[in-house]
Design a binder for this molecule. Sequence first.
Ligand code: 5GP
Length: 194
Amino acid sequence: MKLLEDTIREKGIVKEGNVLKVDSFLNHQMDIKLFNEMGKEFKRLFADKEITKILTIEASGIGIACVAAQYFDVPVVFAKKAQSINIDGDVYSTSITSFTHKREYQVIVSKKYLLPEDKVLIIDDFLANGCALNGLTELVEDAGASVEGIGIAIEKGFQDGGRIIRDKGYDLHSLAIVESMDAATGEIKFSQEA
Ligand code: 5GP
């Protein structure tokens, strides 16, 4: 998606350790006009799918998911980060290793908000090693619901997540795929969607 790529080129900051900072428009301050265009694009990409719910993960996925949800006219559920001691039988839970924080944490979704008949579109801000998506797809499958599609804002194509998720057969679309990025020069290159 050209608008997203242009914004990443203009405002994204490449950090050491393969981290792309997009705090000025995506995951701290949020550019809602851009989110709106992203929501429209997700709707176009998944136009043939019947979706009953959007699932994301706190915190950075929530804004994007909420704007996109207006195009699908469905509720948004976000997986909550939880202390494992607080987890009871009323929730689906899984553990996720954070790429940016390098630690493992539990996420939960109440059984009330993911039902076997749900047709779920998963939305998140980044795809790196695929750990967050593996956790989210597991929650959907635990509920007996179906993953109809996965929409990602920024995929880092030089990490393994995209291949792992596509190899599992999921219908994954990323609005921008970073092919390479250089912390020394700040240069970011994009590839066409797979
Ligand atoms: P994964 O689980 O695919 O390794 O990483 C996905 C999660 O890590 C995303 O939900 C996102 O919050 C975070 N993340 C991964 N890579 C980046 C990055 O380069 N920049 C930022 N800002 N977040 C990232």
